[in-house]
Ligand binder design. Structure first.
Ligand SMILES: [Zn+2]
Ligand SMILES: [Zn+2]
Length: 365
């Protein structure tokens, strides 16, 4: 294990194969998920100023007290670059919080996480719980193969999968192949359940283990428009632009603040932290880990995001997957207060929060 290194700002978005759903043509003008379709014509990229208090906070006071996780490790098993094993366009991470083990997302390739876990000496059969951030192929691609690889050794391994409400809703492309289903979760559901596994759908925050939460679908208070576009989702009255309404992230409550693990953050990272602070605990954001999907964002959007993250006291960024080189460079230079606390995590590297006053950030293996 080596200590925290200097920030590595080189961020090469490699071209991958297959249905990498988290990227695509650049988004057009921002629009909230609940806004009428005509709002998509507004330009350029208006993002509202942050209200002084999140609207949710007035109606949904955050619980003041709850369990605080003392020992937390988040180990990357799928992301762009690899210190151990293989990199890919996707995301997966093992979360270990006070002895509870959760697999957050399952990578893109069917066997990438399996092989990377083997290379790291991680036994996936010891993990009972999975959280899926959203339905995109680069986050759910490994689920079925992983479950099948462990079920004979332990039927309880990777058996319970927590998802946001709406993850099974049909998706289409707008122009061509409109009869072709793009949501792999629809076919995967019966195949996964045939192994004895179960999906648990969340429409709001839920505590999976003491101090470890899923956010449930995140309200789009700010018009961050943090998705690539180009797809439709079934809704009452017809097909509408797919803003990934089922998107949920993982939040770990610690004495030092909230640690937010994001898959792609399609709801927008500011909407995510606003929701977490309103509904889980109104604490500073100790760290952001994972994909923020700012790789297509404009400089203005990145700057706006940085200002909001400074307001919530962001201390550390461990970027992966779709965060983007420009966003990482900006947040490292202008938002994260301590040098060396904003960097890219590769496969095999990890965020660690020990029960020490300053915490401890180490990279592995
Ligand atoms: Zn995505
Ligand atoms: Zn993704």
């Amino acid at each position: 294990m080596r200590e925290r290194g200097a920030p590595r700002l080189a961020w090469v978005i490699t071209l991958g194969l297959g249905l990498a759903s988290c990227r695509g043509p650049s988004a057009s003008a921002p629009v909230s998920a609940s806004a009428p379709a005509s709002a998509t014509t507004r330009a350029p990229a208006p993002i509202p100023a942050s209200p002084s208090a999140p609207p949710e906070a007035a109606t949904s006071p955050a619980p003041a007290e709850g369990h605080r996780v003392q020992a937390l490790t988040i180990t990357l098993l799928s992301t762009t670059h690899a210190a151990v094993g293989t990199g890919e366009w996707g995301l997966s991470a093992l979360v270990e919080a006070d002895g509870h083990r959760i697999l957050f997302d399952t990578g893109s390739g069917r066997h990438t996480v399996l092989r990377n876990a083997e290379a790291l000496g991680i036994d996936l059969a010891t993990i009972p719980t999975v959280v899926l951030s959203h339905h995109h192929d680069d986050h759910v691609g490994g689920l079925l193969a992983l479950r099948r690889a462990v079920v004979e050794r332990d039927p309880a391994a990777l058996a319970t999968v927590h998802v946001g409400a709406g993850i099974f809703t049909p998706r289409r492309r707008p122009a061509q192949g409109k009869d072709r289903e793009l949501n792999a979760m629809i076919a995967m559901r019966p195949a996964f359940e045939a192994t004895g596994g179960t999906f648990v759908e969340h429409d709001g925050p839920a505590e999976l283990a003491p101090g470890v939460w899923v956010t449930g679908p995140v309200p789009r208070v700010h018009l961050e428009r943090n998705w690539s576009g180009g797809r439709l989702v079934a809704a009452e009255g017809g097909w509408v632009e797919d803003s990934l309404p089922e998107g949920q992230e993982l939040v770990v409550d610690t004495d030092e603040g909230l640690v937010v693990l994001s898959g792609c953050g399609h709801a927008g990272v500011i909407n995510i932290v606003t929701h977490a602070r309103a509904r889980i605990r109104a604490a500073p954001v100790r760290a952001l880990v994972g994909g923020l999907h700012l790789h297509q964002a404009t400089a203005a959007q990145i700057e706006w995001t940085g200002e909001r993250l400074r307001e919530v006291g962001l201390l550390e960024l461990d970027a992966a997957h779709c965060t983007g080189e420009a966003a990482l460079a900006h947040l490292a230079a202008h938002v994260v207060p301590e040098a060396g606390r904003a960097m890219e995590l590769r496969v095999g590297e990890r965020f660690t929060l020990a029960s020490t006053p300053a915490g401890e950030r180490t990279k592995g293996p």
